[in-house]
Design a protein around this ligand. Structure first.
Ligand SMILES: CC(C)(COP(=O)(O)OP(=O)(O)OC[C@H]1O[C@@H](n2cnc3c(N)ncnc32)[C@H](O)[C@@H]1OP(=O)(O)O)[C@@H](O)C(=O)NCCC(=O)NCCS
Length: 193
């Protein structure tokens, strides 16, 4: 069950994890605040280990600034239990897209549908904000369910060979991927503005 909150100006959704409300209390999805940073980085480090800083996904984030409106946290009892961040990237000749990730859930809170809510909320917001394309580096098993498809058959690729086959793309509007190919790279310009 999802209700748009009218009580908190930065709360997008409140989810009751039915059917057992006692063991699945209210989770709020809000924009990441400066004070969430330590909790977010702790959960991300716990979840991803060295991949957080040493991976093709990490290198796609280098030099750019996260998109605040698409960097969300899940709160339970006021505590951060999950995080998602998004970053500007360019594809090929300069088509704008967003890179989604990392997505990380506190190990004690996994398997409750929290990442599903975070990802769906992020994709809905991205579409509403006018973004057209999302890329991520991750497993088809996990991300295929949200409509992501492998990027390599479209000749959308990474500068480095590692993880190329794990690069996925999603069109948020029809035909956004039509005729698109090329290398995905960080879009560092927004950070300089
Ligand atoms: C992967 C991760 C984000 C999933 O979070 P979660 O809140 O436990 O996932 P959910 O309970 O929302 O599951 C949503 C769906 O994804 C599936 N799923 C969860 N983890 C999965 C995995 N590792 N591989 C494939 N599918 C997975 C669930 O079965 C569920 O499927 P359903 O919709 O058919 O029921 C979490 O386990 C995590 O933080 N892992 C470590 C970090 C990581 O690997 N992040 C992803 C790469 S950036």
């Amino acid at each position: 069950m999802c209700t748009v909150s009218r009580h908190h100006d930065r709360c997008y959704c409140r989810f009751l994890f039915l059917p057992d409300f006692r063991s699945f209390p209210l989770v709020e999805i809000i924009e990441e605040r400066p004070r969430d940073r330590l909790a977010v980085e702790t959960i991300a480090r716990l979840s991803l280990g060295h991949r957080l800083v040493d991976s093709p996904a990490a290198r796609l984030r280098q030099g750019s600034r996260k998109i605040a409106e698409l960097s969300l946290v899940a709160l339970e009892g006021g505590c951060v239990v999950a995080t998602i961040r998004c970053w500007p990237v360019l594809i090929g000749a300069g088509t704008r897209a967003i890179q989604m990730g990392p997505v990380a859930v506190d190990p004690d809170h996994r398997g409750r549908g929290i990442s599903r809510v975070l990802i769906n909320t992020t994709l809905e917001r991205a579409r509403a904000l006018g973004h057209r394309i999302v890329v991520l580096i991750g497993d088809a098993d996990l991300y295929g369910r949200y409509g992501f498809e492998p990027a390599l058959p479209r000749d959308i690729t990474l500068a480095e060979t590692r993880d190329r086959e794990r690069l996925h793309v999603l069109a948020l509007v029809p035909d956004a991927l039509a005729g698109l190919s090329g290398v995905v790279r960080p879009d560092t310009i927004p950070a300089l503005r």
